[in-house]
Ligand binder design. Structure first.
Ligand code: UTP
Length: 408
């Protein structure tokens, strides 16, 4: 991008200060800054002015899930349907591994974390082992798209290569980098990380479709006849990926999507719950559920808001493409953001000084023509590694692995 074009783009968003130190930069830095300005979508900043509008929720009502006992009784029909789709190359997996893993506190990508005790068992390895179970069952590989972020891309790719893709056929694995969003101060002015670099952060786990498109991978999917995407998080070491039963149940439901859900451990568990919002499937976060809703019962005496999402979704590719081109909500998080001030001095804030913008994957559900909430048995399929200790930690995940006969 030329300097004049950068000025034009920035002034359209009232961000001319980004070029304040331009003349002090060397040629390489100038070029890098112009490239960054070219790549960044500054329109996300408008979410700051529309914050109230964005978080306004519709009418929330409970949504029933397909229960584990019903699934068990129809398992073979679902499995055959799912296996047929996998064998026909219609199903691919998308691993969301662009997060920072701040709570786990490791400097490496979360998937590189070793949960092994007597041997190395890396999180990425566990996920691939789960995929290989399906590969054996179906008798064929299926595609895996791994989303990284600018900060962990090189390490992630190198790690997979070093470990020979944990036995998965590398011809079926593609990496792509998620987009970044600019960070801003509370007045909506872009923060600078240095004189020649805009401060950015990964744009959340909901931008993966756009990032796939930018990487040219959606076109590839269409060429190959892929119709369904099983999108999943990096940190659940027990999850089944492209689970034929889940795939088959979703396809046979005639809906555009499916979501694996677990029964909440108790009404106070801090987990997003699947629900209906103005007649569309949605996720309501723990903080948004009133006490009355948390304890409400349905006609069978179970808690009405009882099925927690575990970030394992199946989306129809064409429906997801449609929704990504409609408005996805930019959620705003107020954070401490290291930056420079107007004089170029480093600022290391002790209280939040700015905002990050994030898209959430579950916002895709609202645009879908239906979603099948599919109950899985919690102790069999849900072992998230979020924290170093305590709940949802390395320790709890290890115990659950042991319970399921997985050697560590
Ligand atoms: P989390 O919300 O648990 O975030 O992500 P995290 O970054 O892994 O961990 P903390 O909150 O910093 O401790 C849920 C899933 O979404 C992915 C993560 O990699 C994980 O699989 N994710 C999150 C992205 O791919 N990109 C993002 O920008 C954020």
């Amino acid at each position: 991008m030329k300097y004049e074009d950068a000025v034009k783009k920035l002034s359209a968003y009232g961000q001319e200060h980004v070029l304040r130190f331009y003349e002090t930069l060397d040629e390489g830095e100038k070029e890098a800054l112009l490239r960054q300005i070219d790549e960044i979508d500054f329109s996300v900043i408008s979410a700051l002015g529309n914050e109230k509008e964005n978080i306004k929720r519709g009418v929330i009502t409970p949504l029933a899930a397909m229960r584990a006992d019903e699934i068990e009784s129809r398992k073979e029909i679902f499995r055959e349907e799912g296996l047929a789709a996998i064998r026909a190359g219609k199903v691919a997996a998308v691993l969301l591994a662009g997060g920072m893993g701040t709570r786990l506190g490791s400097p490496d990508p979360k998937g590189m974390y070793d949960i092994g005790i007597h041997k190395h068992v890396y999180i990425f390895q566990r996920l691939i082992e789960n995929m290989l179970d399906v590969v054996r069952e179906a008798g064929c590989f299926f595609r895996l798209y791994v989303m990284t972020s600018e900060k962990n891309d090189a390490k992630t790719r190198a790690f997979f290569e070093e470990h020979k893709y944990f036995g998965y056929d590398p011809a079926y694995i593609a990496f792509f980098c998620q987009d970044n969003a600019p960070t801003v101060d509370f007045d909506g002015k872009v923060l600078m990380e240095s004189k020649g670099r805009i401060s950015t952060s990964p744009n959340g786990n909901g931008g993966w479709m756009k990032s796939l498109e930018r990487a040219g991978l959606l076109q590839e999917m269409h060429r190959e006849g892929i119709q369904w995407l099983n999108t999943f998080s990096v940190d659940n070491v027990l999850q089944k990926i492209c689970d034929p039963v889940f795939v088959g149940a979703t396809i046979l439901s005639g809906r555009d999507s499916g979501s694996k859900v677990v029964r909440k451990a108790n009404p106070e568990e801090a987990i997003g719950v699947i629900c209906s919002e103005d007649g569309k499937t949605a996720v309501v976060e723990y903080s948004e559920l009133s006490e009355e809703m948390r304890y409400a019962k349905d006609e069978s005496g179970d808690y009405a808001y009882y099925y927690g999402v575990i970030l394992n979704y199946l989306f129809s590719l064409s429906a997801a493409e449609k929704v990504m081109n409609e408005e996805m909500t930019n959620h705003i998080a107020r954070k401490k953001i290291a930056c420079i001030d107007g004089e170029g001095n480093a600022v290391r804030p002790e209280v939040p000084n700015g905002c990050k913008f994030e898209l959430f994957i579950f916002d895709l559900l609202k645009g879908m023509n239906g979603c099948l909430p599919f109950e899985v048995v919690r102790n069999r399929e849900f072992a998230p590694v979020k924290n170093k200790e305590g709940a949802d930690s390395v320790q709890t995940a290890r115990e659950l692995c042991r319970e399921n006969g997985i050697e560590l």
